[in-house]
Design a binder for this molecule. Structure first.
Ligand SMILES: [Zn+2]
Length: 217
């Protein structure tokens, strides 16, 4: 976690970078910052401060809020959260089927590879069969998706019922919800410990707690 020296380093750097930035009392300013940033590792805080300073056209020193925004983005990168487009691609990767335990599926496959087979009809039968067969269903090997993507996708009914018959609409809906989920996850990660403790204190044993828990689901 960062300490007062880290924060003073950043403030001094800002005074050098921004001629209009002159905190009257650096130590006092650093204390005020610390109340907000003390849970952030020092090197991450410095990286986030630099990142904000590097924004093109920036004329004023970044606020603590802006730096915390950059911290949240760094944390997302560290957790390697995929962007919405990548997430959509991940859940659309074909699952592989391990249907070998199921005699019906084996029979369908044998018919499929038979020369002159009516491939379309067999694929349709196979699709119908997969929807109803628990043996095949249990053998489904899901594509490799990020756990965060999986959580969002499952809320849509993936992999059984999502994506559905209207991929364009499903994609738009998924992208919107996924981006919102990333935003909330980042906001949660950026929540400072004092606020978390406050929420825990006021909600302990109260109806608010069960409400908050209900909202988490
Ligand atoms: Zn089967």
């Amino acid at each position: 976690m960062c300490n007062k020296i880290d924060v003073i380093d950043i403030i001094q750097q800002f005074s050098t970078l921004y001629p209009n930035y002159h905190p009257a009392d650096i130590a006092e300013t650093a204390d005020a910052w610390l109340a907000i940033v003390e849970h952030v590792p020092g090197d991450m805080l410095k990286a986030a401060a630099l990142q904000c300073s590097a924004e093109p056209g920036r004329a004023f020193a970044p606020s603590v809020g802006e730096i915390m925004g950059a911290v949240a983005q760094l944390q997302a990168k560290a957790a390697s959260l995929p962007d919405a487009i990548t997430a959509w691609a991940q859940i659309n990767e074909r699952p592989s089927w391990r249907a070998f335990r199921c005699p019906v599926a084996i029979d369908l496959m044998e018919r499929y590879i038979h020369p002159g087979a009516n491939v379309r009809a067999i694929l349709a039968d196979y699709g119908d069969h997969l929807r109803g067969c628990t043996a095949c269903h249990e053998g489904t090997v899901l594509p490799n998706v990020h756990p965060f993507v999986e959580r969002v996708a499952r809320s849509f009914g993936w992999p059984e019922r999502f994506p559905g018959d209207n991929p364009e609409a499903d994609r738009a809906h998924f992208v919107r919800v996924y981006e919102q989920s990333v935003k909330s996850a980042l906001a949660e990660a950026a929540q400072i410990p004092a606020v978390t403790q406050y929420i825990e204190r006021i909600s302990a044993g109260s109806a608010i707690k069960s409400l908050a828990e209900g909202m988490k689901k």
